[in-house]
Design a protein around this ligand. Sequence first.
Ligand SMILES: [Fe+2]
Length: 294
Amino acid sequence: MTRAKGPDRFVSARIGVPDLDASVAFYQTYVGLELVKNEGDRAFLRAGLPHHALELVHRPGIPKAEVAAITFATGKRDVLENRRESVAKLGYDVRPLSEGTAAYCADGFAVTGPNGLEWEFVHGYYEYVEPPFLVSTPDRIMHPFVRTDDYGATLQLATDGFGLQISDYVEDAMTFLRCEDRYHHSLALLKGSEFRIQHFSFIVADFDHLMRARARAQSHGITIKTDLVKHSGSTTIAFYLLEEAHGPEIELSYGHRRFSEEDHETAEPRRLASGARTEFDLWRESDSDWRGLH
Ligand SMILES: [Fe+2]
């Protein structure tokens, strides 16, 4: 029997921000995104070809940025239809897409997941024929990292509902999941005592891009929440920015491992033992050193 397919990739996030223009400037300057459109009450920014990687929604008065939605995309209509059914079967109320997403894809649906986060699944996401003409810009948005106190239901929505495959478990507390593009993880879930989107990750082209972005943040006084780390599962080298007015932590990274076509179809998830080196940074002196992961 052929495997029921999931989304090709994680494609975008929607974030409410208290000062739209300041957040647009932040993502342009320190993440390297290109502004697609600023409508005054919301703005779209892109990385690579897809229409947008971020939709920023102006929400005056909120004390800090709040993530509202995460969006996964497929290029195949039948995958969308299958997933609509899978999610409904889990008991979710399948609703139309938000206006900001519906305007830039052929079709899709949204559900309110555990913890109130909107999960969107789209088909025919609009794309450009060329990437942004910028000296330093990420290749793509890669994944959200979700800390949740409703871990089991979130994992079930991601696998049985949205169709992501599991790359690695870390004991019974963390799961890395991949899409059909075969990158090690397009979603990471961590069992926690509260719900929080801990970060969004972007992939840059090479080590020079990473270090230039890091130098720019350092010289402008942008908070580097965690400096260079090496992830074991994805093999990326990364650092994390944090400016709470603009969003959760932003991970800039390069070198994300892809599964071979064969492994993507046949590999069983690894079951890894917990430890700071396993989960966060291979370069840690000690496996019990959790600095930077909170
Ligand atoms: Fe990450």
